[in-house]
Ligand binder design. Structure first.
Ligand code: FMN
Length: 158
């Protein structure tokens, strides 16, 4: 398996854990999607109606990413990880994806959640990656085993 990138956003560490397990298990490169302005604890408090996360969600706001994947052209398969926010991917994931020409690439998404399923996450990502093939999206546990994550990724690799 070659030419794979694990790119993940994680505000609280759960997705980071499984992203690292996955990248190590399959020998992929790994990239952390870090917002230009990282989230503080109070900014991700969805119980506060005017917190940053709620304002971004309601305003469908772009969330600029601090760094770019310089060699994106090298990758054929993108394994994108994130927490489920409000039933789907956080805005920063869309902003990340649309920064690149991903046409012709394969994308599979994995997410951690507080209990929600994957819902319409895949369909919601699609407009941010025109011309890419979204092969799968699923919710995983932060403690998912290396073997399970490897088997999941292997089905998408040539
Ligand atoms: C702003 C915000 C919105 C969330 N929305 C949901 C949700 O709709 N459904 C759900 O099951 N969990 C939701 N969660 C919980 C996260 O998906 C869960 O804690 C996830 O594992 C966090 O991943 P992270 O540690 O990588 O950030 C939300 C968390 C935050 C901060």
């Amino acid at each position: 398996m070659s030419n794979m990138l694990v790119a993940y956003f994680s505000a609280e560490g759960n997705t980071a854990k499984v992203a690292k397990t996955l990248a190590e298990a399959i020998g992929a490169d790994i990239f952390e999607i870090v917002p230009e302005k990282p989230y503080t604890r109070s900014e991700i408090n969805w119980l506060n109606p005017v917190s940053r996360c709620n304002r971004e969600m309601l305003g469908k706001k772009d969330v600029p990413v601090a760094e770019k994947v310089e060699n994106m052209a090298d990758y054929e398969l993108l394994l994108v990880g994130f927490p489920i926010w409000y039933g789907h991917a956080p805005n920063v994931v869309g902003t990340f994806l649309k920064d690149y020409d991903l046409s012709g690439k394969k994308i599979a998404a994995f997410a951690t959640s507080g209990g929600s399923g994957i819902g319409k996450t895949a369909q919601k990502i699609e407009p941010f990656a025109p011309g890419a093939q979204i092969l799968d999206a699923k919710v995983v546990s932060p403690d998912e085993s290396a073997e399970t994550m490897k088997q999941w990724a292997e089905q998408f690799a040539d």
